[in-house]
Design a protein around this ligand. Structure first.
Ligand code: DGJ
Length: 731
């Protein structure tokens, strides 16, 4: 472990390090934890870059017998900051003490270093498979007057540029209750410099577009108050050097392993230092911490790259793919599916679906997914959520009868559910009108005609777990798509007293995690796909339960270029799904070729979402060829390294195998013009000394040629064109 974490008792410095990164902090005056460095690895820190002391106007000092005017919490970079004493910047935590005051200050009490990485009770987190993979430093800090304690967790992996952080608050048993009003997962202070901040804002059907802004003075927050991760703002940001790009420059990623309300807040202070605080959104949050109780924050994953965004993404991709996603499907190729949503919407029955299954079989597709509308009497979106029993009008012989048909055709059978929701027109609502989130005396707001079940309640979860188990126990369901089609409002739980209603949203998220843990453990052979009206809940926490998630309700290939580009910043391509749908597209009305739709969808977990019985003979041939081609390249796409090359009017990305013997390049050209410039695409991540053969043309190129000279893109007299190249090393 000493090769990963050291504590120098003389200098009072902690150093977490591997071959790639160093994270260094020190115990400063009064036991305050001063942050020193996060970045490229240094073999050893000799103690000469401690924070300089300077008396700054209006910067208060520690309340000790002989205050030092050059030492102020208001300027010192720290590991954990509070509100109420002399740090006027954004805090990492806020505590309402038993006497009503907010003042608190955590100072060093003790520390220990343990092999591996402890689990976070009730929360998703990155894990280790053997204790030798990582080491964890746990620093206990204490607020002396209240004796409240916090354990700061820092895990460093042996071969990853990642630090995993979280905090566990503890109130001693003999102390009065306090209220946590903010409890962030991580605080990261940066020395004065010029930074950019990258974020992933969006909207329904337009998720995770890369936004880059100058970090200016003041406070900027990237947050969700929607009770879930949201389409509107993903829970990841990165701070970068001004000139950082895909391949160059310092990049610091901050990713929250959480699916509830989040806030990632950036503040540039009066002397150009920058503080990032990330965690549960404090807006609307309170948590009563009784004597003897603990509160564990979600985890934050810090990633450093000195080689730009691609290297950061690859670190996240490998970590999420190998040590966040769990279960049988983690290392298994994901089936090519056809989903009936855009083919039929609610208008289907067994007789209408069978020909789609037959067509899927002929085309080589591996799974049929039955989407919304199979249960209750749901012929539109006004009804039946909460009643997870088959609609006998659509399936007179039962769901198993249809699933057997699908299985007999050699396909797996998948099913859509939306377990967190309830329709007022449902037996569940008629039996339990108090099950939904609603404030007494106020009518709750409908959204898509539906309401949210109070998953903070154990009895509500038990009901849903029971209904889903009844379905899954029948053994014919190979895949579940877990959807969520509205955000959380009218926050109130009948299970909590008035003073603790600020706990409902986090308890909802914990309840959801408990439900997912129960079901995914009980049904380990099911492939679970997350969904929230498309990509409203793509986050690293959800990936712990769901190996893959539906990226967006926008299936237009050209819209998907930007959406998938942004999504790939953090999430590996085998965790998000993409389907070929009809042209003109149902969401945008845009027409694109089957080849373009295919290449975009093949760049992730591949599938179709259209009425296969309506394909022309030529289209059938093309689809069969796409399906066959994807099966060949699937290992490379789902388990290779992904690299973004270009975005704009031309997009290019590629996949390369770990041994650099195989590579796939996808290029996309958007709008043509009358006098087009010739466009060269340069690859990356290849072995410069290897010779690569283009498997279609048999042309041979050096890895160095492909990376340094690049390839001219063919000119085409059409918008929205694409090209796919497959290279194999021949030496
Ligand atoms: C939203 C999902 O993203 C769609 O794919 C589809 O499942 C609908 N919900 C069904 O209501």
């Amino acid at each position: 472990m000493a090769d990963l974490i050291t504590f120098d008792a003389k200098t009072q410095v902690f150093h977490l390090h591997n071959q790639q990164i160093s994270y260094i902090f020190a115990i400063e005056d009064g036991g305050v934890l001063g942050h020193l460095y996060f970045g490229q690895a240094v073999a050893g820190y000799h103690g000469e870059r401690h924070y300089p002391r300077k008396d700054r106007g209006f910067a208060g000092n520690l309340p000790v017998a002989e205050p030092e005017r050059g030492f102020s919490l208001d300027t010192l970079p720290q590991e954990i900051s509070s509100r109420g004493e002399a740090d006027f910047r954004i805090p990492a935590f806020v505590i309402r003490q038993a006497d009503g005051a907010q003042a608190s200050r955590f100072v060093y009490a003790s520390h220990r270093i343990v092999p591996g990485k402890p689990k976070l009770p009730g929360l998703p987190a990155a894990y280790v498979e053997s204790p030798d993979e990582a080491a964890t430093l746990i620093v206990t800090v204490v607020d002396q007057p209240s004796r409240l304690q916090a354990d700061l967790y820092y895990t460093i992996y042996r071969d990853r540029a990642v630090i995993a952080c979280s905090v566990c608050f503890r109130n001693p048993a003999d102390q009065p209750a306090v209220t946590l009003e903010q409890a962030a997962s991580v605080q990261l202070d940066f020395p004065a410099s010029d930074y950019r901040v990258l974020s992933l804002p969006g909207a329904h059907a337009n998720e995770r577009h890369l936004q880059k802004e100058v970090v200016g003075y003041g406070i900027k927050q990237f947050a969700s108050t929607r009770g879930t991760t949201s389409h509107q703002m993903n829970n990841f940001i990165a701070l970068t050097a001004p000139d950082a790009d895909e391949f160059h420059g310092d990049v610091y990623g901050v990713d929250l392993v959480y699916s509830g309300n989040h806030a990632l807040t950036v503040e540039k202070d009066q002397i150009d230092q920058v503080r990032v605080v990330a965690g549960i959104n404090p807006a609307g949050f309170t948590w009563e911490l009784a004597g003897g109780a603990e509160f564990q924050t979600p985890e934050a994953l810090l990633v450093y790259s000195h080689q730009g965004l691609n290297a950061m993404s690859q670190t996240y991709h490998r970590l999420i793919r190998e040590r966040v996603v769990r279960g049988r499907y983690r290392d298994q190729e994901r089936p090519i599916l056809v989903n009936n949503w855009e083919a039929t919407y609610f208008d289907f029955n067994e007789a209408k679906l069978r020909p789609i299954v037959d067509a899927a079989k002929k085309l080589g597709i591996e799974m049929f997914v039955l989407d919304d509308g199979w249960f209750g009497h749901r012929d539109d979106d006004t009804t039946s959520l909460g009643d997870w029993v088959v609609d006998s009008h659509k399936f007179p012989l039962g769901l198993k009868h249809f699933a057997d048909y699908v299985h007999n055709q050699g396909l797996k059978f998948g099913l859509w559910v939306e377990p967190e929701m309830i329709s007022k027109d449902s037996d569940l609502y008629r039996a339990h009108p108090d099950y939904l989130l609603a404030v007494p005396g106020r009518a709750p707001s409908p959204s898509r005609f539906q309401y949210v079940l109070d998953l903070s309640r154990e009895d509500v979860r038990a009901n849903i777990a029971g209904q889903l188990s009844d379905l899954l126990d029948q053994g014919y369901i190979d895949y579940i798509k877990w959807d969520m089609n509205r955000h959380l409002s009218d926050i109130y739980s009948h299970a909590l007293p008035a003073a603790r209603q600020g706990e409902v949203l986090h308890r909802y998220t914990l309840g959801l995690y408990a439900l997912l843990e129960e079901l995914t453990t009980k049904y380990p052979d099911v492939l679970w796909e997350g969904c929230s009206g498309g990509g409203g809940r793509i986050d690293t926490g959800f990936a712990y339960y769901m190996p893959q998630s539906w990226t967006s309700d926008n299936t237009d290939a050209i819209s998907r270029l930007g959406i998938q580009y942004g999504t790939s910043l953090v999430y590996p391509p085998n965790t998000f799904t993409a389907h070929v749908s009809v042209s003109p597209n149902e969401q945008t009305g845009r027409s694109t070729s089957l080849a373009t739709r295919g290449n975009v969808a093949m760049s992730a977990v591949f599938g179709y979402e259209l009425d296969l019985t309506k394909l022309t003979k030529t289209e059938q041939k093309q689809v069969a060829a796409q399906v066959a081609a994807y099966k060949q390249i699937r290992p490379l796409i789902q388990f290779g390294h992904f690299l973004r090359l270009e975005s704009g009017n031309d997009y290019a990305w590629m996949f390369v195998s770990a041994d650099q013997n195989e590579a796939l390049l996808f290029t996309f050209h958007l709008l043509n013009n009358g006098q087009p410039a010739f466009h060269i695409v340069k690859m990356a991540g290849l072995n410069p000394t290897k010779q690569y053969e283009d498997t279609a043309t048999h042309t041979v190129y050096g890895g160095d040629e492909l990376m340094h000279m690049g390839l001219y893109q063919p000119l085409q007299r059409q918008d929205f064109t694409t090209h796919q190249y497959h290279f194999k090393a021949i030496n």
